[in-house]
Design a protein around this ligand. Structure first.
Ligand code: IPE
Ligand code: IPE
Ligand code: MG
Length: 254
């Protein structure tokens, strides 16, 4: 049997005009707009979060085949505890449910799951679900999907600094030798490629305490689409925008 030639619709990222040589290695997304999505439909905010989980699945499916190394998704911030307890509880119920639903497909796709944030503050069922997802995908060698849960950029830096202080006090590290690499190695994101692109849905132009250290030279794309409506094409459009940027890293244009 002869394989028919690939058509553009087989590879939507090609149809989007993406240059496979200029893809980012690491993309992070602030998945915002679930509440507004629900409110516009007169639904409880929890239904917006549920619909948002479908977009998570779409984006993982769309990212793995184009060869991204890492995708980091902001699911719950250290500030989101300020929300009504009903909403917070609905989010915690969703985490084990989503892993239950999607883990087989994630495992099959060769994706490795990782979680960043303060795990100590997570409800027991959530901690168990994320530990299981990490363990069951630990041997996978494909894209790394990192969920930021109970995550704050400042909190991450504080915890890394605390680790350094403890090691210094124990005599395991010389305080005068602490450099950027030493701090980066103690962040939750240690080992992930440098962040290239931050996408925020829902239209806001702020970082809301996400990946403060890692964002140093990332490109920022804000899109008005609410997270539950975000599609593979929206992702490819954000990647195309990234490809039009001139990344100078403080140098001069080449
Ligand atoms: C983002 O959507 C999801 C979480 C913060 C968990 P929001 O719930 O913030 O949605 P908006 O911004 O209120 O529309
Ligand atoms: C950021 O969205 C957190 C997540 C997407 C998980 P928020 O909706 O909490 O951020 P603000 O309140 O608009 O800054
Ligand atoms: Mg929001």
């Amino acid at each position: 049997m002869t394989a028919r030639p690939a058509r553009p619709e087989d590879e939507p990222w090609r149809a989007a005009g993406l240059d496979p040589r200029k893809l980012p290695r690491h993309v992070a997304i602030i998945m915002d707009g679930n509440g507004r999505w629900a409110e516009r439909r007169n639904l409880p905010r929890s239904e917006g979060h549920r619909a948002g989980t479908e977009a998570v699945r779409r984006v993982i499916r769309a990212s793995a085949p184009i060869g991204l190394s890492a995708l980091t998704l902001y699911a719950f911030s250290t500030e989101n505890w300020k929300r009504p307890s009903q909403e917070v509880e609905s989010l915690w119920r969703l985490v084990p449910e989503v892993f239950e639903r999607d883990l087989p497909e994630i495992r099959e796709a060769g994706v490795r799951v990782r979680v960043v944030g303060d795990r100590g503050g997570l409800p027991e069922e959530v901690r168990t679900a994320v530990a299981r997802a990490e363990a069951e995908t630990a041997a996978n060698t494909g894209m790394v999907v990192t969920f930021a849960i109970n995550y704050g950029g400042r909190d991450e830096i504080v915890r890394a600094a605390r680790r350094l202080a403890i090691e210094a006090k124990a005599g395991a590290i010389d305080p005068t030798a602490i450099d950027e690499a030493a701090l980066a190695a103690r962040l939750d994101t240690a080992g992930l490629p440098e962040l290239d692109l931050l996408v925020r849905t829902g239209g806001e132009m702020r970082v809301s305490n996400f990946l403060l250290w890692e964002l140093a030279y990332a490109e920022f794309v804000s899109v008005p689409v609410l997270w539950p409506d975000f599609t593979a094409d929206d992702l490819y459009r954000a990647l195309a925008e990234y490809q039009r940027r001139d990344r100078r890293f403080g140098g001069v244009a080449t």
